[in-house]
Write a protein that binds this ligand. Structure first.
Ligand code: SF4
Length: 282
């Protein structure tokens, strides 16, 4: 394989991200964007890309990391988050399940079919609350093309069609207390993110979460990777099919309430995080 030119590679990857941001108008002038920074390659690239995009548009950045409390795993990710934020001169707000919720994921995961269920619920909850409190108008996540296809197939497999509304590079404002998400890596394949990190010698957290193999996502990811090798172009075709069949209309916009317990936005009367906490104490 020909040796990759770092500068050319960086131009390619950042142009694609910049074009997506401008095509979908993901960031507006004077906004404060909160980057969800786990320290993994995707969130680190998102941080570097948005820092670079400040050359073209006047907006502010802050980063938020959430320590879920996974022993032997999360600490290295936090180090990578701290060091990348410091190098780029971006403030990092550090949060944790333990401080915000009073428990670590390691303490509660056995109560669930998959650790990813409470992990995702509380991480989203803490990110949203923190971004809202600091006045961020959007949360930028590191979801890449592969993540998007996996999420879509997971919703498909679960018959959870309401989640289709979360497909796309940006989620609309559907409740004043729910900070909308943007996904600057929406059309960036995962392997490109890894190549960028290696070529540029970026400090990233590479370890696999010890709970990830139990998740449906891991199984779908493996299925897609194995079949992409056997049938090149499969992921691209799935993504294009989704784009063709979806209208991107968000039909949950009118159904969001505020949680009767904590006040966070929810489609039920009590949010998922409070429901889980209630079950944990009973
Ligand atoms: Fe959380 Fe699951 Fe991701 Fe591990 S793999 S960090 S448990 S969502």
């Amino acid at each position: 394989m020909a040796k990759l030119d770092v500068e050319e590679y960086n131009d390619m990857i950042f142009s694609r991200i910049n074009n997506l941001i401008s095509e979908y108008d993901l960031i507006k002038e004077n906004e404060l964007i909160a980057v969800a920074l786990s320290g993994g390659k995707d969130s680190v690239l998102t941080l570097h890309a948005l820092k670079g995009y400040q050359e073209f548009l006047d907006f502010d950045l802050v980063a938020i990391s959430v320590d879920e409390g996974i022993k032997g795993y999360r600490a290295h990710g936090i180090d990578a988050a701290v060091n990348n934020a410091r190098e780029l001169g971006i403030e990092l707000i550090q949060k944790s399940f333990l401080e915000d919720e009073g428990f670590a994921l390691d303490d509660i995961y056995q109560e669930f079919k998959s650790a990813c269920i409470p992990c995702g619920v509380f991480r989203r909850n803490i990110l949203n609350k923190t971004a809202y409190e600091v006045g961020a108008s959007k949360i930028a996540t590191g979801h890449n093309l592969d993540d998007e296809i996996q999420s879509f197939l997971m919703s498909f497999a679960r018959g959870d069609t309401i989640k289709f509304s979360k497909f796309g590079p940006e989620l609309d404002v559907i409740h004043p207390k729910l900070v909308p998400r943007i996904k600057p890596l929406w059309n960036t394949p995962e392997k490109d993110v890894g190549t960028w990190a290696i070529l540029n010698n970026i400090e990233i957290h590479l370890d696999e979460c010890p709970y990830s193999h139990l998740s449906l996502r891991a199984k779908i990811k493996e299925f897609l990777n194995v079949n992409e090798d056997a049938h090149p172009g499969l992921k691209k075709n799935i993504m294009e099919s989704f784009q063709k069949i979806l209208t991107f209309e968000n039909d949950i916009s009118t159904n969001l309430n505020e949680c009767e317990v904590c006040g966070e936005p929810t489609s039920s009367n009590i949010c998922k995080a409070c429901e889980i906490k209630k079950d944990l104490v009973s």
